[in-house]
Design a protein around this ligand. Structure first.
Ligand SMILES: NC(=O)C1=CN([C@@H]2O[C@H](COP(=O)(O)OP(=O)(O)OC[C@H]3O[C@@H](n4cnc5c(N)ncnc54)[C@H](OP(=O)(O)O)[C@@H]3O)[C@@H](O)[C@H]2O)C=CC1
Ligand SMILES: O=C(O)[C@@H]1CCC=N1
Length: 261
């Protein structure tokens, strides 16, 4: 496989762009001098890797980057002028379809990918899809790039990226909401905020790991506790009776609706 020469991240000092950049460096996929990001030389999130090339503008980045990741906000994208013919372009943006990316960049090598905030700790889930005709070599690179920041799957088509933007792209926020609700309740019961937070976060992460390790579906896990007949059963039943599933359905509808508007 041909080694990648220079990876550029427009928006590489932002929340997601820096999470990706730092992950690919930590994983050793690329070396610091193969990464160019739009970030100020003095204030950037790559202080651990002084070799990373920081440039002030997307134009300066395009002078050196062979593969270009676009990680600006969707509304910032229309302000960019990018001439990217012949370059592999990987967009992390919500809501910007491949057809618009092709029209704006002139590239016929385009990928849409949707990491999530857990990329910053190497635990993202990243679905991606390529425009038709992308070479096997480019696809292999994309898979390696996103494997560096977690688990990654190529999906069948772009509509799935749109749905998954709402499900897994936004996803870390949803267990965070559940965790906060649990913590707030614990605090009302006299548990210290420190213990409440430590206990709840370890419980969420432990529950995920348990289901992954045992290859158990969440539905199986819920059914097991509903059948158990203990304190957990009482808690689950009350949450279900108070509209837990409806609240989640409405939340997902709203997030997906926002992706499509
Ligand atoms: N955050 C998340 O959890 C996720 C985000 N995404 C997608 O990732 C993309 C980036 O989001 P996020 O990282 O959260 O946003 P941020 O606002 O944190 O980062 C955007 C970055 O783009 C930079 N930028 C904006 N315009 C330009 C420009 N013209 N030239 C160079 N750099 C520019 C900004 O610099 P400055 O601040 O100086 O303007 C900023 O560093 C979005 O499209 C979003 O939909 C997808 C999944 C998850
Ligand atoms: O909330 C957002 O708009 C971005 C896209 C998916 C996650 N974060």
């Amino acid at each position: 496989m041909k080694p990648i020469l220079t990876l550029g991240i427009i928006g590489g000092n932002g929340w997601l762009g820096s999470a990706l950049g730092r992950s690919v460096l930590s994983s050793g996929l690329i070396s610091p001098n193969q990464l160019v990001v739009t970030a100020s030389r003095e204030h950037n999130r790559y202080q651990d890797w002084p070799g990373v090339i920081c440039v002030e503008s997307a134009d300066a980045l395009l002078e050196v980057a062979e593969v270009v990741v676009v990680s600006v906000r969707p509304e910032q994208f229309s302000l960019l002028t990018l001439s990217l013919e012949n370059r592999l372009v990987i967009s992390l943006m919500a809501k910007v379809p491949i057809v618009a990316l092709a029209a704006a960049t002139g590239s016929n090598r385009i990928v849409r990918a949707m990491p999530n905030a857990a990329a910053s700790v190497g635990r993202s889930y990243t679905p991606w899809c390529a425009m038709p005709g992308l070479s096997a070599e480019d696809c292999a690179f994309v898979q390696r790039l996103f494997s560096a920041c977690g688990v990654s799957d190529e999906v069948e088509d772009e509509s799935q990226i749109d749905y998954l933007t709402a499900l897994t792209g936004s996803g870390p926020a949803f267990p965070a909401l559940l965790a906060d609700a649990l913590i707030q309740h614990a605090i009302t019961q006299g548990i210290s905020p420190t213990v409440a937070q430590r206990g709840v976060l370890q419980t969420l992460s432990g529950a995920s790991q348990l289901m992954l390790d045992e290859n158990a579906s969440p539905a199986d896990m819920v059914a097991r506790f509903l059948d158990y007949g203990g304190t957990t059963t009482e808690g689950l039943n009350a949450m279900l009776q108070h509209g837990f599933r409806d609240a989640v359905q409405e939340g997902m509808k709203a997030a997906y609706g926002a992706v499509k508007c």
